[in-house]
Ligand binder design. Sequence first.
Ligand code: UDP
Length: 538
Amino acid sequence: QSQELSQVRIDYQAALQALVEDGTRMVCSGRMHTDRVCRFESLCYSTEAEEFVFFHSNASIMLPNLGPRRFQPALLDLSSVDDHNTQYFNFIELPAAALKFMPKPVFVPDVALIMNRFNPDNLMHVFHDDLLPIFYTIQQFPDLDFESRLFFMEGWNEGLHFELYKFMSNKQPLLKEQLKTLGRLLCFTKSYVGLSKITTWYQYGFVQPQGPKANILVSGNEIRHFAKFMMGKLNITLDQNAAEAYIVLFSRSMNRLIVNEAELLLALAQEFQMKTITVSLEDHSFSDIVRLLSNATMLVSMHGAQLVTSLFLPKGAVVVELFPYGINPEHYTPYKTLSTLPGMELQYVAWQNTEEENTITYPDRPWEQGGIVHLETKEQERIKKSKEVPRHLCCRNPEWLFRIYQDTKVNISSLIQVIKSTVKTKLGLRRQKWTPGLYPGKVRESKCQASAQGTSEAKLFVSWQIPWNLKFLKVRDVKYEVWIQEQGENSYMPYILSQQNYTFSENIKPFTTYLVWIRCIFNKTLLGPFAEVLVCST
Ligand code: UDP
């Protein structure tokens, strides 16, 4: 493991002079601290102060120049988790002249991506908060590539899944702790600070109960591109015509157990006439797990971070997520949301243990593993009697922890019934190739002719041409939606038409001005944009 920054020798005197003369330069994208990523030249970091330093000179640039708003609450989020107050980034400011009195800077020649990992010991967090955002932040900025150096500033050690982080760069990622060994004052020649949040689909419930993000911007296509990249790094080649269909049971060995796992395996094998394989993070290498999942027909697992690996399942596969007693599956949907992203093409099934006699509780464990004996007796009793954990905020709700860390004896017939009633297509059959919906363009050359007949009747003749992109596409079903709105009114009359012209006479009054809105619809669901509104007076 080489920790040297680079073999490239840089001209130290020239670099130092440039720093003193030019100072730090920063230009950011994003309007708010929550969607900001900043590009810096000559951003420095004091390993003694544990602070980033912006050196002001005549040539410095700071965009946005927020003044005191830079601290309200911060310049940007250093992790991909939205507005988390332990993840804020800022720098302190000094005149470049102060360099004279400071330790000799050590220059970092690699382009740096400086960020925080959010929870590097939890596999869901590793993928959702770190790996996917790193992968797509690197694709967003042309200076960043797999030769860039990752700097993890959250202060954690390597963590359980460091080998996965190493796939994101050909250079060894550096931890905050290691920076001290490099020098007292580090200066990043060129760096990006922060992560794109464009691929995240879940919010963990810091300000409102957890759930899918309000405005999901990622589709299965991008998730699967990333999965393919990871599989390349794991040396996994897809065996498309693998002979046998099989079911993977992803088990947990420490907590949240399935106590009748052997029985469950047998029952699944019998019911679906397939081989069943058990894997766990404790007993299998990550690449073995991914290799198995990438050809699996079904993945069955207790709710938990290991389920993020469903992003490696082939299209058409089934994800079966099991929930302990008292845990409402609708309230905890990171894996459901992932499975059902458009283009992910997975079938998702949730099963919940509803029988109290089939749950095993652990009131005596430490609180973080769901123990409740530290609580007042009355509260303990209330929790034990409660049949469902009410919605709650992250992360220390004792009732939630008590219930989520239960072991479960799975009622096999109820589980198989739920799977069979949800999974409609025959198992093991690859579904039809998903093509992303291509949307129509605007209709073209739209025209409107009004004619009044006497003082009581009138007509509107409206015509248009097909959207420009239609002639390059094979579309099963092309329709046009026309809205006729009387000027000044809020309501309109909608029509769905197959042809490219129509004479409207119903409810059309003489001596009236109408606004006509037209858009094209592909395959009933793909709504195009409205063309420029037509104004016609009868
Ligand atoms: N984990 C595991 N086996 C276990 C318990 C946990 O592999 O018996 C893994 C789990 O998949 C996750 C990490 O350990 O990556 C932390 O688990 P925790 O229960 O804290 O989080 P959760 O799975 O509920 O997100």
